[in-house]
Design a protein around this ligand. Structure first.
Ligand code: NAP
Length: 321
C-alpha cells in the first residue's frame, strides 16, 4: 500500500515515516527538503527507502499547479500534515476525490476551543477562538460533511501539544522559553505561575501522534468519517508540571502565583502570548474514542515527555544546573 505524507519531515513525520516504512508501506514524502528535521539514530536505512517529492506547496498553490499535482497522486492513502485553511483543503478534496481510498487530515485540539466540559470528547460542540482553531474546525466540518453526503474517505486527527525528544514540550509555565524554567526548577529558584497554577496542558509525544495516524490506516473502516483526539493519557496542571520537573532534580518547586496578565513582565511579550493561549484554552481531551475504535495505546505520559526532553538537554549540555 502506498502512502503519501505531505509535510512528512517535521515533528510528526520524523516519527511517522520510519514507522510506516518499517511496517511495510511504500512511503512518499512531499517536502521542500529531503531530510527529516529530527532524524534519530538507526532510522537512516528506513528514510533511504522513501520516495521523495520535492515541492513547495505554498508556491504551487499560488501559481495554481498544486491542484494538478494532487490530481496526479498515485497513492492509496494521503496524509496532509500541513493544511491550515479551508481553501487549501478544498483543493485537496476536489483533486483527490475518486482516486484515493483514504485521506487523513491533521487538525488540532485548538479546533475545540477553550475547555468547557472535560475531558472533552470529539462529539462536543466546537467553540474555537483563534484564527488557527477556527480554520481547523471549518476544515474538519467540511471533511466530515463531505464523507456523510458523498462518501469522501476522510479522517481527522487532532493532536494535543506535540513534542519529542528533540522538540521541547510546552513548558511548566505554559510556553516555550528555552531552558529557563527547567534551570530554575532544577536549582530551586522562584518560578512564577499564572493565577492559581491550575491551568492545564495536554501534551502528546510525536510518536504517539504517529501511532494514531498508522492505526487510522490500519482500521480504515472504523476511521472513515470520524475525528479523533490524540494526546497523552491525561492532562496536567502547570503546578503539577513544576512539581514533577523539580522532583527530577530532587527538589520541591519554589512557586509564586501572580495574575495571568502580570506574567508578561516575567516572561516577555513573545513567551507570554504562548502562555496566555495555553491558559485560556486549558485543554483536557478524552482519548477514549481513539482507544476504543483504533486501539490507541499511548506510550508517553507528560512525565515521560519531560523526562526524555530534559535527559536530551542535559546530554547535549544545553541545560546546565
Ligand atoms: N506543533 C504542535 O504542537 C501541534 C499541535 C496540534 C496540531 N498540530 C498540527 O500539526 C501539523 C504540523 O505537523 P508538524 O508539527 O509535524 O509540522 P512541522 O514540524 O512544522 O513540519 C512541517 C513539514 O512540512 C514541510 N513543509 C513546510 N512548508 C512547506 C511547503 N511550503 N511546501 C512543502 N512542504 C513544506 C516541512 O519540510 P520542509 O521544511 O523541508 O519543506 C516539514 O516536512 C499541523 O497541521 C498543525 O496544525 C501541531
Amino acid at each position: 500500500m502506498k502512502v503519501l505524507i505531505i509535510g512528512g519531515t517535521g515533528h510528526i513525520g520524523s516519527y511517522l515515516v520510519p514507522r510506516l516504512v518499517l511496517h511495510g508501506y511504500e512511503v512518499q514524502v512531499l517536502a521542500r527538503n529531503p531530510k527529516p528535521y529530527y532524524g534519530s539514530a538507526g532510522t537512516e536505512a528506513l528514510w533511504s527507502q522513501v520516495e521523495w517529492i520535492l515541492a513547495d506547496r505554498i508556491r504551487e498553490e499560488e501559481n495554481g499547479s498544486w491542484g494538478k499535482r494532487m490530481a496526479e497522486v498515485e497513492a492509496d492513502v494521503v496524509i496532509d500534515l500541513i493544511c491550515f485553511t479551508p481553501e487549501q483543503n478544498r483543493i485537496m478534496v476536489e483533486n483527490l476525490e475518486g482516486h484515493v481510498s483514504h485521506f487523513i487530515h491533521c487538525g488540532t485540539i485548538w479546533a475545540y476551543g477553550p475547555s468547557t466540559r472535560v475531558p472533552y470528547r470529539e462529539n462536543y460542540p466546537r467553540r474555537p477562538i483563534t484564527e488557527y482553531g477556527i480554520n481547523k474546525a471549518m476544515i474538519e466540518a467540511n471533511l466530515l460533511k463531505k464523507y456523510d453526503r458523498e462518501g469522501f474517505p476522510a479522517t481527522v486527527i487532532h493532536p494535543g501539544h506535540i513534542c519529542g525528544r528533540k522538540w521541547l514540550p510546552i513548558d511548566p509555565q505554559g510556553t516555550r522559553n528555552g531552558v529557563n524554567v527547567y534551570r530554575s526548577l532544577a536549582r530551586g529558584d522562584v518560578v512564577y505561575l499564572p493565577d492559581n497554577g491550575l491551568a492545564t496542558l495536554h501534551h502528546v509525544h510525536a510518536d504517539d501522534v504517529a501511532q494514531v495516524f498508522e492505526l487510522a490506516i490500519l482500521n480504515r473502516k472504523a476511521a472513515l468519517g470520524e475525528s479523533f483526539s490524540v494526546a497523552a493519557p491525561y492532562a496536567v496542571t502547570l503546578s503539577y508540571c513544576c512539581e514533577f520537573v523539580a522532583s527530577l532534580f530532587g527538589r520541591k518547586p519554589n512557586l509564586r502565583f501572580i495574575p495571568l496578565q502580570k506574567m508578561s513582565d516575567v516572561l516577555g511579550e513573545e513567551a507570554f502570548a504562548i502562555t496566555r493561549d495555553h491558559v485560556i484554552h486549558s485543554p483536557c481531551v478524552s482519548i477514549e474514542k481513539a482507544q476504543r475504535l483504533l486501539g490507541y495505546r499511548p506510550r508517553y505520559t507528560t512525565e515521560d515527555i519531560y523526562r526524555e526532553c530534559i535527559e536530551h538537554l542535559l546530554e547535549r549540555g544545553e541545560l546546565v544546573v
